[in-house]
Design a protein around this ligand. Structure first.
Ligand code: COA
Length: 186
């Protein structure tokens, strides 16, 4: 049984670079704020669908002080030569109330300099693993149609997907009940 609050796992980027994946902690709000400040306008827009704003420490705390029941958040990172953590990305799901099928909204973001290196796929796969254990049956996500990275992650997962276009956004439903092993690189 996975205890998402203490989740810790290891993985590799596409080029073989080792990556740790761990539960987000309260004190990560400082690293999140720093990472946010370095994110491009494009990545902010793709993630939050609004222009870049001045994120406050309180807002960063809301992204990192999570209950691991209705809101699960994990971080991917690697260690610098000095042994210090360097953040690569963060992913989360938030359980949606009141639906017959147990659904959660998924979102993630990877630092600009390391996008398309496999980190988004890693975050997605680890969250799928945790969510399944929690009985989540579907992930839903709102994605801009031009967001090829996010669409690519979903496609690569091989999970059955239903997508509709609404108000200029792709609303994607991913069925987690299909148990394909998605942790291997294809
Ligand atoms: C979207 C995002 C999370 C994807 O993560 P990533 O680490 O860049 O993506 P990955 O390297 O894991 O890519 C997985 C697959 O997606 C596809 N893909 C990734 N980047 C792509 C790009 N720029 N163009 C086309 N396809 C792309 C590829 O098929 C890739 O698999 P492959 O290279 O083995 O064929 C990341 O790009 C990001 O943070 N973007 C900004 C914020 C954002 O859009 N968040 C999502 C909002 S819901």
């Amino acid at each position: 049984m996975i205890n998402s609050r203490h989740y810790l796992s290891f993985d590799r980027m596409k080029d073989g670079t080792p990556v740790f994946v761990r539960a987000v902690r309260r004190e990560d709000k400082y690293a999140l704020l720093k990472a946010y400040e370095h994110m491009s306008d494009r990545s902010i827009y793709y993630r939050f669908m609004r222009p870049k704003w001045q994120m406050s420490l309180d807002e960063a705390a809301r992204f990192t002080d999570v209950d691991f029941e209705n809101h699960v958040a994990i971080a991917a990172g690697h260690y610098s030569d000095k042994g210090e953590e360097e953040a690569l990305g963060i992913g989360r799901y938030i359980v949606l109330p009141g639906t017959k099928v147990k659904r959660a909204e998924f979102a993630c973001a990877v630092v600009d300099s390391l996008q398309s290196h496999g980190v988004g796929f890693i975050l997605f796969n680890h969250l799928v693993k945790i969510a399944r254990e929690q009985g989540i049956e579907e992930f839903v996500a709102e994605v801009l149609p031009q967001n090829r990275g996010m669409i690519g992650v979903f496609r690569k997962s091989g999970l059955p997907t239903r997508t509709i276009m609404e108000d200029g956004l792709l609303r994607v439903n991913l069925d987690l009940r299909q148990r394909r092993e998605v942790l291997e690189w294809d």
